[in-house]
Design a binder for this molecule. Structure first.
Ligand SMILES: [Zn+2]
Length: 194
């Protein structure tokens, strides 16, 4: 019984320590002030999602004042040859992009490519649907999450202490770990390392 209490206390201290480290990292990498990232939009494989709707929503997410723009980056769509390629891809194509790392069930970032899984784009995830979160918010989360990897972010496994929100870099598609769903980067995630 005591060991249970102790491990809970340790887990809390680890979570606090992780947040402190994150705060130090925040101060080190707020390098993106007004840094412009060019991106292009395309599709791969047989997708059900409408590419023009995808293009429009990605542009809205990137321009949204709640998004990565708060970390000092600006996104500019180009026809081709962008620094970042945002791709609406069939599950098979996502997996084919990096068979060891990517799954045909999830979205995946591979180098300069943010591959958004068409099935998730159309149907969200069990974790989001179970909570009745809108498809729009799922789409915002998944675009921000994969873009976050491109901006230098790894996964986070803890909820924000004060609000209980899930960081956008939590793998919210596979499970929320008790956090509240959240499609936007938290204040502690507002850094870029390009
Ligand atoms: Zn991820």
């Amino acid at each position: 019984m005591f060991s249970g209490i102790i491990s809970l206390a340790v887990a809390k201290e680890v979570a606090t320590a992780q947040l402190e480290v994150q705060n130090v990292v925040d101060k080190l990498y707020t390098s993106g002030k007004n840094y412009e990232i060019t991106y292009d939009i395309s599709s791969r494989g047989a997708v059900k999602g409408d590419l023009e709707e995808f293009r429009k929503l990605v542009a809205e997410i990137y321009a949204d004042p709640r998004g990565w723009i708060r970390a000092g980056v600006k996104f500019k769509e180009v026809e081709s040859g962008g620094q970042l390629h945002v791709v609406l891809a069939s599950g098979a194509e996502v997996k084919a992009a990096s068979p060891v790392v990517c799954s045909d069930q999830l979205s995946c970032r591979v180098g300069q490519y943010a591959l958004i899984n068409d099935d998730r784009w159309m149907n969200a995830s069990d974790s989001y649907n179970a909570l009745g979160v809108s498809l729009l918010d799922y789409r915002r989360m998944v675009v921000n999450h994969e873009t976050g990897h491109f901006l230098g972010h790894d996964h986070i496994v803890y909820c924000e202490t004060a609000t209980g929100l899930g960081p956008v870099m939590l793998q919210q598609s596979t499970g929320l770990r008790g956090c509240k769903p959240n499609p936007w980067p938290l204040p502690s995630e507002l850094w870029v390392k390009l």
